[in-house]
Design a protein around this ligand. Structure first.
Ligand SMILES: [Zn+2]
Length: 313
């Protein structure tokens, strides 16, 4: 081959590579981490153009996680930019002369960050908990996944295993207890007034009533309530349990400590009808509970006054 021709070709290639370098500097690729929480934009000349951070992920108590996400986004964006540059340069030196036409045809898509994939089962389980959305679930999972938080993760795992293996609802009243203590401590306590039965919707309602110190009887948690709007019938077995307990345990007064919403009112009306033939006194907590709120959120003083001032229904 003619030496002059070769030199001309080399100079040509060099010029085209330089042009390509300049063109690459104007092209960008994006990369997101944490399911889109942090996005980095890199240019083809391997510089970072910008970082975008979802304000929802900014948590002053967890700067470390944000740092992790930014680091991951930047690393991912630079790697994608490097790939893009390598592809363009390879097309240029292939010598087929078609690189210019290729330039626009090679799509560079941001890829999903695989960091969260192994955590997916945990994230999905966490996101089913009340008040925890997908983002919060991701943050909890990421935090638990860190090496220095492994002790917390193990503790949580132990506690959850215990929940499955030993924690029960009392077979009599529905309060939270252990399989070693069923019936629960309250049900077995001989100092309790067995003639008084306080009906609550949820086991969580028992604790605040106990704290008020104004009630010395026992409990019956319904573990649900009637929902006329959803067309639910009175199929709750806890209603039958209640009727049986009144007959068997010598109960003379049933105090309805239900919440103050429409479904609770419907449940109270239903129970009044259900218990009428049993000749038991049915009372309801005095007004004074915040409207629309729950027993579980009431303070002891309010609950104590509501119990003392209970009204016959
Ligand atoms: Zn019990």
């Amino acid at each position: 081959m003619n030496i002059m021709k070769m030199m001309k070709q080399a100079a040509d290639l060099q010029r085209r590579m330089q042009e390509k370098q300049e063109a690459l500097a104007g092209r960008t690729v994006e990369f997101s981490s944490g399911g889109g929480m942090v996005t980095a934009t890199a240019r083809g000349d391997l510089t970072i153009e910008r970082i975008r951070i979802d304000p929802k992920v900014v948590d002053p108590s967890d700067v470390e996680m944000l740092e992790d996400l930014v680091t991951a986004a930047v690393a991912g964006a630079l790697s994608a930019a490097r790939e893009m540059a390598a592809r363009e340069m390879a097309a240029l030196t292939n010598g087929d002369g078609s690189s210019r036409r290729h330039e626009a045809a090679v799509p560079v898509r941001p890829r999903a960050f695989p960091m969260l994939e192994p955590l997916e089962p945990l994230i999905r389980a966490l996101a089913r908990l009340p008040g925890i959305g997908r983002r919060t679930a991701e943050r909890i999972a990421l935090r638990l996944a860190r090496e220095r938080n492994r002790a917390t993760a193990r503790e949580l795992a132990e506690a959850l295993r215990g929940l499955d293996e030993t924690i029960r609802l009392c077979s009599r009243c529905g309060a939270v207890t252990t399989s070693a203590e069923d019936p629960c401590r309250i049900c077995r306590d001989p100092r309790r007034d067995t003639r008084l039965l306080c009906v609550v919707e949820d086991p969580a309602d028992i604790e605040p009533i106990e704290k008020s110190g104004a009630f010395r009887g026992r409990y019956h948690a319904l573990l649900g309530k009637l929902s006329p709007m959803r067309g639910e019938s009175a199929g709750n077995p806890r209603f039958d349990d209640l009727r049986r307990r009144i007959a068997e345990e010598g109960i003379t007064e049933v105090i309805l400590a239900l919440n103050t919403d429409i479904e609770s009112d419907a449940t109270a009306a239903f129970l009044l009808e259900l218990l009428a033939p049993l000749g038991v006194r049915v009372t309801r907590l005095a007004v004074g509970l915040p409207a629309g709120s729950g027993i579980a959120y009431s303070d002891p003083v309010t609950l104590s006054a509501a119990l003392r001032g209970r009204q016959p229904m």
